[in-house]
Design a binder for this molecule. Structure first.
Ligand code: KG4
Ligand code: ZN
Length: 361
């Protein structure tokens, strides 16, 4: 049986994925939709005392960690560097210095191995990675990308070739809002997971209710698929100032309810409007327990399917880059041009750094 799996696995191209958008150095290997290895090194412990990621420290850490992370991934997959058929690296969005380290390494490897290189969209990778858990992605779906930098709703006809941005946050991203309110509540950085755990311990039901951004009035239609979380952050800050004795678990839960109510209501709305049967969720915030619970309930009521990758694939990793890279390879798309560089604000409708003539088609 093992022999059979191995011989099947050797049929398709071996794709190496390299992630370096922020503080995680990730390297993964994928063949025929099977994840052979996914190794991550993080510099988070070097940023904690600053209360945020320091770009220069992150870049230097990528430089230091990359060789050993690559070797560990090759060892785990039991392949040689020379077996690699194509390389994908994150080209954006992310920190320019961090991206540059990963792209430079990828360009060097691609030149030495004489294999095609794809500079891919990190955010779309957060959706692509679900293929390792739930199998090939559906033909058409709504993507909800929620991370420290993004909160977006996408209409995905094909992750490799056809992605439309329906809406996004006008100010803070969901994870960013959690990190900021985590700080207000005195939680360690990054506050997201801590705040999630604190909120899960609240006694329900409770009366406290914070406003939902862009949910009412004339803004409701105009911003049908958009989010706004900065007013909510101000409301929590005011509440804490006026009620210094307020139970923090309840404040955390009411805050989490507000964010997740908006995210889930609009994701379900988008799926119904666009006649999609499936919502795929990705990004660090997809680890949020309330999001998983509420989206599961609401989608089930609306007859929709929800796909959320397991926790280990929610935070940044090489698997997401290899996953998207393998879709581009399978679609037969031309590799990125040799002169592509990092794009910190890469559009979500752009799956990768396509050559000009391909992009114009
Ligand atoms: O996707 P990601 O690893 O990095 C970015 O590309 O931003 O997301 C990190 C974000 C952080 O803001 C972190 O606090 C948040 O995801 N996060 C969470 C949870 N786990 C991670 N936020 C809320 N609840 C969680 N369980
Ligand atoms: Zn990310």
């Amino acid at each position: 049986m093992l022999l059979c799996v191995k011989s099947m696995a050797s049929e398709g191209p071996l794709v190496l994925g390299i992630e370096s958008t922020c503080d995680e150095t990730g390297v993964a290997l994928v063949r025929d939709g099977v994840l052979l290895a996914d190794v991550t090194a993080t510099s988070m412990d070097q940023h904690v005392r600053f209360g945020g990621v320091i770009p220069e420290i992150a870049s230097r850490a990528h430089l230091q960690s990359f060789p050993s992370t690559l070797q560990a991934a090759l060892d785990k997959a039991e392949v040689e560097l020379g077996d690699v058929d194509a390389i994908a690296c994150a080209a954006g969005p992310g920190l320019v210095g961090s991206l540059t380290v990963g792209i430079t390494a990828a360009k060097g490897l691609a030149a030495a191995l004489d294999v095609p290189l794809y500079g891919v969209n990190h955010v779309l990778g957060h959706l692509a990675v679900d293929m390792f858990e739930d199998g090939p992605l559906p033909e058409r779906f709504i993507g909800l990308v929620v991370s420290g930098g993004h909160s977006n709703l996408l209409l995905v006809e094909d992750l490799a070739t056809d992605v439309t941005e329906l809406g996004g946050t006008l100010d803070d991203a969901a994870g960013e809002a959690f990190d900021k309110v985590g700080r207000l509540l005195g939680l360690p950085y990054p506050g997201g997971p801590h705040l999630d755990r604190l909120a899960a311990g609240a006694d329900r039901p409770f009366e406290l209710r914070f406003p939902r951004g862009l949910a009412a009035g004339k803004d409701k239609e105009r911003y049908r698929y958009d989010f706004s979380f900065s007013g909510l952050k101000t409301a929590v800050s005011r509440h804490l100032r006026e009620n210094p004795e307020a139970p923090s678990a309840e404040v955390a839960a009411a805050f989490s309810d507000s964010i997740n109510d908006s995210l889930t209501a609009k994701a379900v709305r988008a799926a119904l409007d666009q006649e999609c049967e499936t919502i795929v969720v990705g990004g660090g915030f997809a680890a949020n327990s309330r999001l998983r619970e509420l989206l599961g309930e609401r989608a089930a009521r609306a007859g929709l399917r929800v796909r959320i990758p397991p926790m280990r694939y929610c935070t940044d990793n090489g698997a997401q880059i290899a996953a998207l890279g393998s879709l581009l390879v399978r679609a037969g798309l031309p590799p990125s041009p040799p002169d592509f560089g990092p794009d910190s604000g890469m559009e979500l409708s752009q799956s990768y750094m396509a050559p000009i003539e391909a992009a114009a088609d």
